[in-house]
Design a protein around this ligand. Structure first.
Ligand SMILES: Nc1ncnc2c1ncn2[C@@H]1O[C@H](COP(=O)(O)OP(=O)(O)O)[C@@H](O)[C@H]1O
Ligand SMILES: [Mg+2]
Length: 479
């Protein structure tokens, strides 16, 4: 080991003139149980492990154009963190792109369209603490700095409503404002009471206390009606988590207990009053790791870029975006140039090591070495869904006697439906391949479809044929 290290450092010295420097291997290598494997450095092929103990803080920023691999990196990272540290994760999913993966990984998806979160819930905080948080969220969302009188009125009314009632809601707050004839302030808040947008005004159905230790949780913000509500929810959940995690000290032994992912959240990553900034700025004070990702680095506050312990720069093209990042991190023109030539998954990695005096270093990765997630197909059978892992499913089709081409056709149909296919479509396909109803029934039973649904599927398939005269499915040969 020592000899290997010696050789590596000699090699590094010799190659110094022909490639940009990479951090010394001892900062990158780590026991597989101590750090999360990311990929290999471009020049010396040194495996890079993410070991937060060697970094100034455990927060992570990711930038790169759409399709450059940000979400893939997040998924790979969380999968490995769960394996080695049993970490929990909360994903604030702005665009709804994580929910399928989370479900497949056995996690929980919370769809906010169906839930509610009382903004005035104390969740273990004091009235003073929670009031301060609520005011800061309103400042960001309602631009209260430009309405000092309304700001004051709302603050007063908050005090009053907490005094008057045990578990007040936004409805009570607006009532107090109206009783006190604070019309303009009341109007600012009334938008949160409108039916369909009253997510914050009802009693909470979400248990905030449980969120931070429930394995993998995806909070699907996508289902909320406006960007404003998505941001307010994101902020509120971060506030709760921050307070909760402040009470636990960062344990150096057990790995990171909780990751909180904020992907494509321009509003809450760019405003310097936002908790995203506070959390990153205060570094190791909280016992969790924040992962912020964005396709537009200028939406990410400079404080984040220059303070996170780890930053991944995936492909960036726009001069403005590239300059914004480079001005904060200060890497060479060579790396800057490579960033616009990256393929999917290629990355420049900036890490700030706690031990080094020359603070930050940026180097190139070959590619983020991803974890191909298990792919699950879903067959929709009436009210019952059958889920089956893709390769397992292929094997079963092979045993049924399908040729490779036929199996591929089935896969194409599933991929077209984003992994889903309705049972009657699947049955028609098998009939087209020449299978008899009885052998198809046996196969469905083998897949675990209940008897009553099997009958339903067949009568549906028959009806469709009768109506259209053709099978409700197009087969493009050679697709
Ligand atoms: N490191 C990687 N290795 C292999 N495939 C990748 C890698 N990163 C991304 N991909 C693939 O590229 C596509 C786009 O990646 P995604 O993470 O969704 O991009 P982004 O979130 O930046 O828009 C996905 O299909 C993903 O599976
Ligand atoms: Mg993405």
């Amino acid at each position: 080991m020592e000899l290997k290290e010696y050789l590596t450092s000699q090699m590094a010295r010799r190659l110094f003139l022909v490639h940009p420097p990479e951090p010394p291997p001892d900062l990158l290598l780590s026991d597989p149980g101590e750090g999360i494997y990311i990929g290999k450095t471009r020049w010396l092929n040194v495996p890079v492990f993410w070991d937060y103990k060697k970094l100034i803080n455990s927060h992570i920023a990711i930038v790169g154009i759409t399709g450059s691999g940000k979400s893939y990196l997040v998924k790979t990272f969380l999968t490995r963190a769960a394996l080695i540290w049993n970490s929990n994760a909360i994903i604030l999913d702005w665009t709804g792109e994580y929910n399928k993966w989370v479900r497949q990984a056995g996690g929980t998806v919370i769809s906010l369209g169906k839930e509610s979160l009382n903004l005035l819930d104390l969740a273990g905080l004091t009235v003073a603490e929670r009031s301060k948080q609520i005011m800061s969220a309103f400042e960001i969302m309602l631009d209260l700095n430009n309405f000092p009188q309304e700001r004051y009125d709302i603050e007063e009314a908050l005090d009053e409503v907490y005094e008057k009632k045990r578990n007040p809601t936004l409805v009570d707050l607006v009532n107090v404002l109206e009783q006190d004839k604070k019309k303009r302030a009341a109007r600012l808040l009334r938008r949160f009471l409108v039916e369909g947008s009253d997510f914050f005004a009802r009693e909470s159905s979400l248990e905030m206390g449980k969120l931070s230790n429930s394995g993998l949780v995806c909070i699907d913000l996508h289902s909320l009606p406006t960007e404003e509500m998505r941001s307010l929810t994101g902020l509120t959940i971060l506030q709760f988590l921050k307070e909760r995690m402040r009470r636990e000290t960062l344990s150096e032994e057990k790995g990171i207990r909780l990751f909180v992912v904020v992907d494509e959240a321009w509003k809450i990553a760019g405003d310097d009053r936002s908790d995203v900034i506070t959390i990153v700025r205060e570094g190791r004070k909280y016992n969790f790791s924040l992962i912020v990702a964005s396709q537009n680095p200028t939406d990410m506050h400079k404080t984040i870029i220059s303070n996170v312990g780890t930053m991944f720069i995936l492909r960036l093209v726009l001069r403005e975006y590239k300059d914004y990042v480079r001005n904060s991190l200060g890497y060479s023109p060579y790396i800057d140039n490579e960033i616009s030539r990256f393929g999917v998954g290629d990355a420049a990695l900036n890490m700030i090591f706690s031990k080094r005096t020359d603070k930050s270093s940026t180097f190139l990765l070959n590619k983020i070495d991803g974890e191909e997630p298990l792919f699950v197909y879903t067959i929709e059978v009436g009210k019952m869904n059958v889920e089956i892992e893709r390769e397992q499913f292929s094997r079963m089709l092979f045993e049924l006697g399908l040729t490779d081409d036929q199996i591929n056709l089935v896969k194409v149909e599933f991929e077209r439906g984003d992994g889903m296919m309705d049972a009657s479509g699947f049955v028609s396909l098998l009939e087209k391949f020449g299978y008899s109803p009885s052998s198809i029934m046996t196969f469905l039973r083998q897949l675990g479809v209940e008897e009553k649904y099997i009958v339903e599927v067949f009568s549906l398939t028959k009806r469709r044929k009768a109506i259209k005269g053709v099978v409700d499915l197009t087969l493009k040969e050679g697709d």
